[in-house]
Ligand binder design. Sequence first.
Ligand code: F6R
Length: 614
Amino acid sequence: MCGIVAYIGKKEAYPILIKGLQRLEYRGYDSAGVALLSNGNLNLYKKQGKVANLEAFTVGKDVSGYAGIAHTRWATHGEPNDKNAHPHYSESEEIAIIHNGIIENYDVLKEELKSRGFVFKSDTDTEVLVHLIEDIQKKEGVKLAEAVRLALLNVTGAYAIVVLSKNAPNTLVAARKSSPLVVGIGKEGDFYLASDATPIIEYTNRVVYLEDEEIAVVDLNEGFRLWNIQDEEKTPYIQELEMKLEALEKGGYEHFMLKEIHEQPRSIYDCFRGRLNAKEGWVELGGIKEFEQKIVNAQRIVMVACGTSWHACLVGEYLFEDLARINVEVEYASEFRYRNPVINEGDIVIAVSQSGETADTLAALELAKSKGATILGVCNVVGSSISRITHAGSYTHAGPEIGVASTKAFTAQVTVLTLMALAIAHKKGTITETKFHSMLTELEAIPAKVSEVLLANDKIKEIALQYKDATNALYLGRGSSFPVALEGALKLKEISYIHAEGYPAAEMKHGPIALIDEEMPVFVVATAGTSYEKVVSNIQEVKARKGKIIAIVTEGDQQVKNMADAVIEIPATDEHLVPLLATVPFQLLSYHIAVMRGCNVDQPRNLAKSVTVE
Ligand code: F6R
């Protein structure tokens, strides 16, 4: 949520910052801004709307300079307009700041500063911080980094900040708490700072992820130094990233979302590569190996997540309960953290998160950890906050997901949870050898089957054309296809703005059936398996009320085909693995409907990719 990027070195900063903002735009796109140091001037430009608006606004203006900071915003305090866009100037306009996070005590600090004559130009919480830094620097006569440190001692809340000052032209000062920040060590004595590594990776793969309450100073003469806000010097841990630049480009696709949907055969394969071998009959997740026995012994697993990741957990619940016979509770992280949840000794809490930065999920984990639970993570972003605070975990290896609507991250999360459930079930002896081996073989075949599903793209596009003007839609499924229905509905509503609900098919009679008429498309997962006949009955109930049925069926199905208005066939697979296939047509359907409605699929209104505020 909010993207920040900064550069200091020998190159022109502006093109690096603009490109960086474009890569980070998925984190927020309400407004964008940049501040540049040029010949002793601190020039600041900001504009409501996307980065393209900022670029248009700076045409003909002085954007020279070798040091700069830039920001793309997802509004929290203060509506999205020019004045609330970042960066923010200090009172003297000698210092500029960019910030991701929320200063919770900004009200008190603002009143205090106002009473001393400070004039505020925006409605943001961030402006308080830059005034405070300048005030401290002037009063105490300290260097910029020390003023930042002292200011942060007064602040409660979350922040990733970068500060640039006219009076320290060779220096950038950055700090983080609960919001991510990465420093890239350039090849020419230069430095890149950003919310994540995506704007950095084309210049350097040597990075340092800041820890909570750390302050980094990058200086063209003195290099990189690290402190914490208690003023203790730290040794930076430099990591080498393996991320490839192509992963951040659209690669010929019209949108990132479409590219990411089509990447799923590869991303699912990458997810289990080296972790299972059907021929040799083993599955192993190195990251959680040490905790395997603890999971086997667990009476209960609690899964915490938000949004799409929460849907992946619901699939995980079916897998763990059915295969490993462990009681699973799936919790919205935001609800879990504000109850007084019962955490028993021996409980395992698994957080599932694409970004690894979701504030509520992070806080839920911290709560569980404080109560003595073993906390595990299933994250996509390497080095993310969740992956760092958990006792252990497994990365999904889906590669960067740029489209705001989650697609390949979901199928990768489900794949990891399947591997986990299989590994535990095997160790625990709750799965027969025959079933274990057949599931491994089926899982290995999933990437090829997803490729087959993707071939239905044109047919799905035709269905999209027919239902693009719907105002409501229902999604139904049973068993582990119920979360698929929820996910289908979420995908449709978030990118096409059509109201959609997911329901367990049998629940329809308890209320939602009242909505059905000849206008209402009902998308149903009706694949072969234990509840097939039940779902067929539910379809009949919809047809009896003239609803339109669009069903996902197993290849060769005739019964549903005869009743439905349209069907999309997917290859036969083990019932436990159906979500990995059945989700894909719903992703494509939402994508095409959104494009036909003229919506911005990669950056839907009001949304941000990484929700780092609660
Ligand atoms: C929907 C979507 C969101 C995220 C949710 C959690 O397409 O992407 O619902 O799933 O914000 O984010 P992560 O997985 O990063 O914790």
